[in-house]
Design a protein around this ligand. Structure first.
Ligand code: HSE
Length: 341
């Protein structure tokens, strides 16, 4: 499979590492032979229709800051849109940062890939939070697949668990901790009896929270993930505008102490029932969702199978790259199945 990789940050580089180190196994076990024919970063692109040397691309990033510095394959200043339009490939992997306000530039990358007949795997929540119903229609119209497992739960297969493992059942409601940063902050406030500001500083020091922590602490990141789940798992045609969002800035040490007296804790819970909500919620310390640190946890209630909770890390380069790989394999299998039927 020829792949254009847009975004050469932690996730993109982790994907390259996996492709390099597990090359033989991926070919033998899954018949999957990824050929990354273009990589685009902030400095431009590197293009080789035969497949780029990934070791070399990783070194170039370390030494020169951009893959476009490659003497043989570099295209300094080439934009992602130009690369997506002009390079022949079966798929685009889009791993650029989330922009929850405009969804750009990821949204344009995805639309251009569709228009030029490429399947898309993305870890970018912006385009999905703002336009997932339209994007799934556009993918169908262009006869290509859109996959985004890494957007919810990073490597923890939250979307696949609901979509594939609970196949045939009807999911009635979902509730979960969808943001690791806020879970870390609330856990620290509870365990160490510290204030929100102190816990936020600790999260920033560990690299969990961004320098501008709005996406995490004000609940937008969790809301984006909730929208993705509602569309993908429950066929609800919703966007982030349909979510009632309240973050954790006003959760005080006193609120947490009061909850603890009742054997409870406060978590930022996203829920899908008749409406979509993200808000700080008091839950029992024995609830399966009462996970600590930067973990994510999601409980699905389904009509026949009952209640299940999936727990795992919700962030990280290698973890997210593993979800991208799963998506690529899923697309490959879907293409193969289509050929048979
Ligand atoms: N900032 C997110 C979190 C990670 O803290 O969970 C990526 O979705």
């Amino acid at each position: 499979m020829r792949i254009i990789l847009v975004g050469w940050g932690v996730v993109g580089q982790s994907l390259a590492q996996i492709c390099l180190h597990r090359k033989k196994e991926l070919a033998k076990k899954y018949g999957f032979r990824p050929r990354i024919v273009a990589i685009v970063d902030k400095g431009g692109a590197a293009i080789d229709p035969k497949g780029l040397d990934l070791e070399q691309m990783l070194s170039l990033k370390k030494e020169k800051g951009t893959v476009a510095a490659s003497k043989q394959y570099g295209c300094l200043g080439m934009s992602a849109l130009e690369a997506i339009e002009s390079v022949e490939a079966e798929a685009m992997v889009e791993v650029t940062p989330t922009n929850i306000e405009t969804a750009e530039p990821g949204l344009s990358y995805i639309k251009t890939a569709f228009r030029t007949g490429k399947h898309v795997v993305t870890t970018n929540k912006g385009p999905l939070a703002l336009a997932l119903p339209a994007l799934t229609e556009l993918a169908d119209y262009n006869n290509v697949y859109l996959r985004f497992s890494g957007t919810v739960g990073a490597g923890t297969p939250v979307l696949e668990f609901a979509k594939n493992c609970l196949q045939g059942d009807r999911i009635i409601s979902v509730k979960g901790i969808l943001n690791g940063t806020t879970n870390y902050i609330l856990s620290e406030m509870d365990e160490k009896h510290i204030t929100f500001d102190e816990a936020l500083k600790a999260a920033q020091k560990l690299g969990y929270a961004e320098a501008d922590p709005t996406m995490d602490v004000d609940g937008y990141d969790a809301a984006a993930k909730l929208v993705i789940m509602a569309n993908w798992i429950m066929d609800k045609k919703v966007t982030i505008k349909d979510v009632k969002i309240r973050g954790i800035r006003d959760v005080s040490s006193q609120n947490i102490a009061d909850a603890a007296k009742k054997g409870c804790t406060i978590k930022l819970i996203g829920s899908i029932e008749e409406t979509l909500k993200v808000e700080p919620t008091q839950i029992s310390k024995h609830d399966p969702l009462a996970v600590d640190g930067a973990l994510n946890a999601v409980t699905f209630v389904s009509e026949s199978a009952g209640e299940q909770t999936i727990i795992g890390l919700g962030a990280g380069g290698t973890e997210t790259a593993s979800a991208v790989l799963r998506d690529l394999l899923d697309i490959k299998q879907n293409i193969a199945n289509k050929m048979i039927t």
